[in-house]
Design a protein around this ligand. Structure first.
Ligand code: FAD
Length: 175
């Protein structure tokens, strides 16, 4: 899987759905699987089709959804990584059996419930190949960093240096 937006081949989509819009399992456009630019392009197309000539259309130049609108795939992703890395940063150095079991349950359920279904299925695939490491804070932070890098690679983003994960998410940067 490259970008979520690439996961549905353009030729499989009805002609009126612009490239980049990912359909949900109900066959309708999936907002949390789609970038705002693609979503706005689709909304613009719909508005143009439905609205009287001369009426205004949705702008496609905005870089992300307005803060009080439902998140696109990127806003949702950034917020989610913040939560996941913050959970890793506050996980005990020596977790009890219960804490390890809770974390395993959490990531397992998370991977099933994540609102971008293509992202979720891909993350489940990663977890099947690379079992979550929950035996200590450092183990989990490093596992999560590698999992995030797996997504970064697929999206063509630079990989993060996992030796810096503590500074990025727990202690803050050294001066
Ligand atoms: P993000 O990738 O959101 O990262 C936020 C911040 O985390 C960065 O600014 C950086 O400081 C830090 N960071 C980056 N890499 C690491 C790392 N390896 N370890 C620790 N910290 C790091 N989008 C898709 O289009 N397709 C997908 O299949 C997809 N799958 C996803 C799966 C999951 C489980 C999640 C949570 C998100 C997924 N996303 C997917 C969203 C995608 O990963 C990004 O969140 C989104 O593209 C926004 O990227 P960004 O450049 O703002 O930074």
């Amino acid at each position: 899987l490259a970008a979520a937006s690439d996961s549905v081949a353009a030729e499989q989509q009805p002609k009126r759905i612009p490239k980049g819009v990912v359909l949900g399992k109900d066959g309708k456009p999936c907002r949390s699987c789609t970038s705002f630019a693609s979503w706005a392009a689709q909304a613009k197309q719909t508005t143009k089709k439905d609205a009287p000539a001369g009426s205004s259309a949705v702008s496609t130049t905005t870089s992300g959804p307005p803060p009080d609108c439902p998140p696109d795939v990127e806003t949702l992703g950034r917020s989610t990584w913040t939560l996941l890395h913050s959970i890793a940063a506050t996980y005990p150095e020596q977790p009890s059996r219960t804490q390890q079991s809770d974390l395993l349950s959490f990531v397992g359920l998370f991977s099933k419930l994540y609102p971008c279904w293509v992202c979720a299925e891909d993350f489940q695939g990663y977890m099947a190949r690379q079992r979550p490491q929950v035996s200590s804070r450092d183990e989990f932070a490093q596992w999560l960093c590698r999992a995030h890098n797996d997504v970064n690679r697929k999206l063509g983003k630079p990989e993060f240096d996992c030796s810096k994960v503590d500074e990025r998410w727990r202690t803050g940067w050294k001066d």
